[in-house]
Design a protein around this ligand. Structure first.
Ligand code: X2X
Length: 333
């Protein structure tokens, strides 16, 4: 984990600024990668955590952030964090589920009705169950999940008013078995694409629609290539802040305490940011030309039930996990 000493700063004219000195390399130089633009609260709060960690560890731990798929898409970063090439990664629950299937349980369609239910479940028994499963594949999941948000559907075609408008719709979904199953059950033709490919696939009409929380639609400028947005709230999605297990265990306990404290606190602050954005972003997107409508969820839910979506996923997640979800949200299927 030891890196090279930083080179002395070089001024515009090539002269060394001040006395040449060799900065001491941090004992632990850690890398964190994610799939979101720098302007998203996830990156803003992660940078705050990194600054706090450097300060509180007196420079022994530094974290360099690689935002916006700089290190590859989700699938690439997931394998890098498993191998140790990356120390930290924040996959959405949907995406880490390709490795830890039960992690998608928070994304069951229309399960959560509000954030009180979400955080009670994810900070409680359901989140603990998922973190345990994540630990079994050699990764460490920090206690506090970060917010992605309630997912909404956008399209370049006719507005989505009821589930009938989903028929045959070519919609991009994340690389996630649950998303594919859900959108097939709704009658659409989903395509799994990494987030790094979403803007261009909408622009070139490989797909006509996508679904994401409003803050992502804003920071990734998806309004430039979409016409309307249906406020369906069909999935609540969050990010697990994960670490390579070996790298995590290689940190002395006092440093682990500082790192976990800073990351979990930043996660809580980030939840507040998203909550605030949920209030304000819609007006901004509307002013940029995105038309909004708020479909009643009933036709979507009924279609999922008829297609056997809930019974299938209850079976796939197992009774224990399903019971923990229902303890938070009430009976689902
Ligand atoms: O890929 C997406 O749609 C995103 C950004 O929401 C996730 O990370 C799942």
């Amino acid at each position: 984990l030891k890196g090279l000493a930083a080179a002395p700063a070089i001024g515009a004219a090539g002269a060394v600024i001040g006395m040449p000195h060799i900065a001491r390399a941090a004992e632990f130089e850690l890398k964190y990668g994610n799939n979101l633009p720098l302007t998203h609260p996830l990156n803003i709060r992660a940078q705050e955590a990194a600054d706090r960690i450097e300060k509180e560890t007196k420079g022994r731990v530094t974290i360099k952030i690689f935002p916006n798929n700089q290190l590859g898409g989700d699938t690439d970063m997931l394998s890098q964090v498993r191998s140790g090439g990356l120390t930290f990664f924040t996959p959405s629950a949907l995406v880490i589920a390709t490795l830890v299937p039960v992690a998608a349980i928070n994304a069951v369609g229309f399960a959560f009705s509000d954030y009180d239910q979400v955080w009670k479940a994810m900070d409680g028994g359901l989140g603990a169950h998922v973190r345990e499963a994540i630990s079994k594949v050699g990764l460490y999941a920090f206690e506090k999940m970060w917010d992605n948000g309630f997912r909404q559907m956008t399209t370049s075609g006719a507005p989505i008013e009821t589930v009938a408008n989903m028929d045959g719709l070519k919609i991009r979904v994340p690389v996630s078995p649950l998303s594919i199953s859900m959108f097939k059950s709704l009658g659409s033709s989903p395509a799994s694409l990494q987030f790094s490919e979403v803007y261009s696939s909408l622009q070139t009409r490989i797909v006509d629609a996508q679904e994401n929380p409003l803050p992502i639609i804003q920071v990734a400028k998806l309004y430039e290539v979409q016409k309307s947005c249906a406020l369906t709230n069909h999935i609540w999605d969050g990010y697990w802040f994960i670490a390579n297990g070996r790298a995590w265990r290689g940190l002395p306990p006092d440093l682990q305490t500082i790192v976990a404290g800073a990351i979990n606190d930043a996660g809580l602050a980030q939840r507040g940011d998203i909550k605030g954005l949920n209030q304000s972003v819609q007006a901004d997107l509307a002013s940029k030309g995105l038309a909004f409508n708020a479909p009643a969820p009933d036709s979507f839910r009924a279609k999922l039930r008829e297609a056997g979506f809930y019974s299938e996923w209850k079976g796939r997640f197992g009774d224990e996990a399903w019971g923990l979800l229902e303890a938070a949200v009430g009976k689902l299927a």
